[in-house]
Design a protein around this ligand. Structure first.
Ligand SMILES: C[S@@+](CC[C@H](N)C(=O)[O-])C[C@H]1O[C@@H](n2cnc3c(N)ncnc32)[C@H](O)[C@@H]1O
Length: 253
């Protein structure tokens, strides 16, 4: 039938839904899993992984962690080594890591097992959807976004996770006074982060402005950062404080 694809979906409808599909900040890479990572995904993910909440409900993070402690949420933890190291050094905090790359998830699960960590939980899902749909407003003390994909080509800039609407998404889940810590080794992305956060009504620079004078001691070096440093890139750490400005429910995601 003209205008209909083999799957039966009318062409006009396909075009419309394609047009409205949100741009994702990642492409799924079919990375090879080691046998240890395969075992971790099969045996450890059911224990440390978080399933989506029922429709129209949010995660009960106090129930998830079995306590109410300061909560740190990390977006795109990569291989999770720096997240695991931070969690091991801060047993009084709870850590929620979000990542879509399965070998990285497997690697973090193995670290959780090796270091016997009880304060880390893992979500394998698009962080933008998790932040918008799963997390209670003002429930997170600290957000970590370390070395997000820089998408250096101009035509790919729309894939960068840091956008004005995304800062609204982050502002909704952060407690007033909570910290947004971003790091990048890609100078044009650092500039974009500074401009976007600087224009956001929800974030203030800590006294003295964003930190660019080297890695703060609380952040271990990450795998992606090591790669950037080998290439001679300069690393910028940018820290912002969530102010009291309310996020209206009309703020676009
Ligand atoms: C460049 S890597 C950096 C990884 C790690 N933070 C590091 O510094 O080594 C960016 C990571 O973010 C993940 N990522 C990108 N967009 C994401 C999203 N929307 N939800 C979850 N993970 C995402 C990617 O899968 C990738 O592993």
């Amino acid at each position: 039938m003209p205008g209909t694809r083999p799957g039966g979906q009318p062409e006009a409808h396909r075009k419309m839904t394609e047009h409205h599909r949100p741009v994702r900040s990642f492409v799924r890479r079919a990375g090879r899993l080691t046998r240890a990572q395969e075992r971790a995904l099969a045996e450890l993910l059911p224990r440390w992984g978080i399933e989506p909440p029922p429709p129209d409900e949010r995660l009960d993070l106090a129930a998830v962690f079995g306590r109410s402690a300061p909560r740190v949420l990390e977006i795109g933890f990569g291989d999770g080594a720096s997240l695991a190291q931070t969690a091991a050094a801060n047993p009084g905090n709870d850590y929620l890591g979000i990542e879509v790359h399965e070998p990285g998830v497997g690697h973090l699960l193995l670290e959780i097992e090796r270091l016997d960590l009880a304060n880390v939980r893992v979500v394998v899902h698009d962080a933008v959807e998790v932040l918008n749909g799963w997390i209670e407003p003002a429930s997170i003390d600290r957000l970590q976004l370390f070395f997000p994909d820089p998408w250096p080509k101009k035509r790919h800039h729309k894939r960068r996770i840091v956008q004005p609407g995304f800062l609204g998404t982050l502002a909704r889940v952060l407690k007033p006074g909570g910290v947004l810590h971003m790091a990048t080794d890609w100078e044009p992305y650092a500039l974009h982060m500074r401009e976007t956060a600087g224009a956001s009504p929800f974030f203030d620079e800590p006294t003295g402005g964003p930190e660019t004078g080297g890695r703060p001691p609380e952040r271990p070096e990450t795998k992606f950062e090591r790669r950037g440093l080998r290439l001679g890139h300069r690393v910028a750490d940018l820290l912002y404080l969530r102010n009291d400005e309310p996020v209206s429910s009309a703020t676009p995601p």
